[in-house]
Write a protein that binds this ligand. Sequence first.
Ligand SMILES: [Fe+2]
Length: 490
Amino acid sequence: MSKPSQDSEEPFVGKKRSLTGLRIFSIFLMVVAAFGVGIIGLTLDAGSAATTAAVGVVAAVGVVVFVMLTIAEGRFDKERNRMQNMWMSRKAELQDLVGKDELTQLQNRRFFYDQLQQELDLALRYKRELSILMIDVDDLKLINDEFGHQVGDVVLRSLGRVLNQQAGDRNITARVGGDEFAVILPGGSRKDAEKLSWAIWEALSKEAICETETASIFLGVSIGSGGYPWGGRTIDEIIHWADTKLYANKLERKGLKHKDAASDQRLVGAVVDVLSSALDVRDKMTHRHARRVARMSAFVAKEMKLSEEQVVQIEYAAALHDIGKIGVADSILHKDDVLDNEEWKQMKLHSDLGYQILNGIDFLQDAAEIVYSHHERFDGQGYPRGLAGEETPLGARVFAVVDAYDAMTSRRPYRDPLSQEDAIEEISQNSGTQFDPQVVEAFLSMMRRSPDGFQGTVEEYGPTVVHEGHGAHTNGHGASVEEFELLPLE
Ligand SMILES: [Fe+2]
């Protein structure tokens, strides 16, 4: 396929130069002709008056030609400008069509990604904020099934209008999939994004999105926000972050946030398992590591004589400690090489993101606090908040010991697992610096009592997992995604 030429895009560029050339050529011809006539007149000895008159006539003809060419060029310029303007407006119309969603008249997916990249480039260059909302329509399929696709289309069109009204002129609204919408907030902060989310929810709850003969349809949407710099530095990272929050919001809206649900331990265990499996899809092998540390953390918590409720929350938190990695970009999560400073910053956001995912579910709110703090250290050298001592939730201090033990006794591609004795020795040595001495003591006494280690292959999460008398041990098989946490993270 041939590459389109410049002229095919802007057909009138370049014509001006050829007309100017013609004018210059006419002046040249006029001078040559006048000079020639003069020479001929002198050669034929026609007399100076006749020669001068002939030269004058030639010069006059030349001037007339020059003026006519100048007028023609002016007109041509005018026409050229008119055509060029017409061409540009056609081009803009075409681009508009290409970037528009036919049904809702919002921008389409392609436009959204192009525009987001442009806005992100500006945000990076001028160090200004940028936010996005990813919006998912709840139960569009139900509406289509119940009322037909025509009503479904009306609903989507009306939602487009609501989004435009709420987003205002400064922000860009787009339909990025069948029932997925998005808003770009150039210069928008995290707070702005949250404010807009609430405004959209409020607008949708106030008024039916569509009235049929038999029903008033109220629409629900799940919304997740992301942005620069708080949710990443690339489009992938920002969208991942927003999608993760969207997913959490969807869970919340499905009713999993009600405390009543917590009374059904099987349901709760299943939710924890599903979330944990969701991370496993992205970050291979986390599930087994999560199961091991969940079980061990519950044992240690039990050893410390914590309440049943605390034990359960610690177990859930341990099972889901890295759930926030769902929101970390693949390029970072699966990077073979050492992470650079910027990538580490992104990776470290997983504590905060994990908190945000779980905090939306009432019966996991204590677990959310533990997840938020699972990389804190007893001496205050951890992240994200640098909490020290008892500022860190007890569950997170329990988890820290167990996670380090599991990491040390697990095989890595670049090293053999440490023996149980060596791992225990390391834990003891870091008591009071990285680890809470109270937790280390409970961990050691449990290990002393059951040197053969933890037993059992219980698959569910929840109170049934904790059995008195089981010892502590991981056999060291299976990989763990957590790096040996005694090493500095940066
Ligand atoms: Fe982590």
